[in-house]
Design a protein around this ligand. Structure first.
Ligand SMILES: NC(=O)c1ccc[n+]([C@@H]2O[C@H](COP(=O)([O-])OP(=O)(O)OC[C@H]3O[C@@H](n4cnc5c(N)ncnc54)[C@H](O)[C@@H]3O)[C@@H](O)[C@H]2O)c1
Length: 274
């Protein structure tokens, strides 16, 4: 079976599970070879092994320039080059402090702020910087940065995360302008609500603040938020994000660069209206 990405090599960060693993599955289904790195090296290797295409998965810290340079060199050596870079690593952190929780803003700690900027913005810097020479060596390519709708709206409960993701959108535009003449396209995707580890913590936050949620399981709090906020009314999946990554990396998107595209079931229509 031939796919739109036959012969291409994709490198996805933070893809042991969650959205990144969905992106990896979609890229593989479209014919690409896939490399995965994650802080969870065993999870990265497991996801890679299940893709059914030439794939590698190993541990690396996406927020460290040196680690990402070495990882990109390993991927190019083992899979033959890099055509598609997906900077997906990120998320909420392991606890509320690392999530940089605000409300009031004076509760945000410097450690939480720095953790969010490291996990959600420096990862995009390090991933782009490591991949660009390899994309240049191929004569072009596609970078997709996973931002968030939090980059585009006021997000007072998670101001550090939102600022980091707004930084990812800004970096996407700067690089798109610089790299356009080299046929390297750079775009960002802004997902809405997906049930992943980050949302488990956010649901706990909502439970603490909304009396009617007090006795509900975190997963049910999440589903209620989806129902209330999403015009399309359905829960979205990692594959909903992965399908857009495949399109952005494909020849069909050859004239699209510097864009941030929401995949959110229409949530932001509500948030802007309210
Ligand atoms: N879940 C949502 O509702 C949602 C919404 C908008 C944006 N996003 C973004 O989507 C991306 C994926 O998040 P997810 O929801 O799948 O979360 P997740 O926690 O399930 O997955 C994130 C993965 O990234 C890895 N990771 C984190 N920091 C890393 C680092 N420095 N180096 C290597 N790997 C690292 C984690 O180990 C984890 O496997 C993140 O950038 C997140 O901010 C998620």
């Amino acid at each position: 079976m031939s796919g739109t990405l036959d012969g291409k090599v994709a490198f996805v960060t933070g893809a042991a599970g969650g959205i990144g693993a969905g992106i990896a599955r979609c890229l593989a289904a479209a014919g690409a070879s896939v490399a995965i790195i994650d802080l969870d090296g065993a999870g990265a290797a497991r996801t890679a092994a299940g893709l059914g295409v030439p794939a590698v998965g190993f541990a690396a810290d996406a927020s460290e320039e040196g680690a990402m340079t070495a990882a990109a060199e390993r991927v190019a050596r083992e899979l033959g080059g890099i055509d598609i870079m997906v900077n997906n690593a990120g998320g909420g952190g392991r606890n509320m402090d690392e999530l940089g929780v605000g409300l009031p803003f004076t509760n945000v700690t410097q450690a939480g702020w720095d953790a969010q900027l490291g996990t959600n913005l420096r990862t995009a810097f390090a991933g782009c910087k490591a991949a660009i020479p390899h994309l240049q060596a191929r004569g072009g390519g596609s970078i997709v940065n996973v931002a968030s709708i939090a980059a585009l709206i006021a997000a007072p409960s998670i101001p550090a995360y939102a600022a980091a993701k707004a930084g990812v959108v800004s970096l996407t535009r700067s690089l798109a302008l610089e790299l356009g003449p080299q046929d390297i396209r750079v775009n960002a995707i802004c997902p809405g609500f997906l049930w992943t580890r980050a949302w488990e913590m956010l649901a706990e936050l909502l439970k603490a603040g909304v009396p009617e949620y007090a006795d509900m399981a975190p997963r049910d709090v999440f589903l209620d938020q989806v129902k209330r906020c999403t015009p399309l009314g359905r829960e979205q999946t990692p594959e909903d994000i992965g399908e857009l990554v495949v399109f952005l990396a494909s020849p069909g998107a050859r004239n699209i660069t510097g864009q941030e595209i929401k995949v959110d079931g229409g949530i932001t229509l509500n948030l802007v209206a309210n």
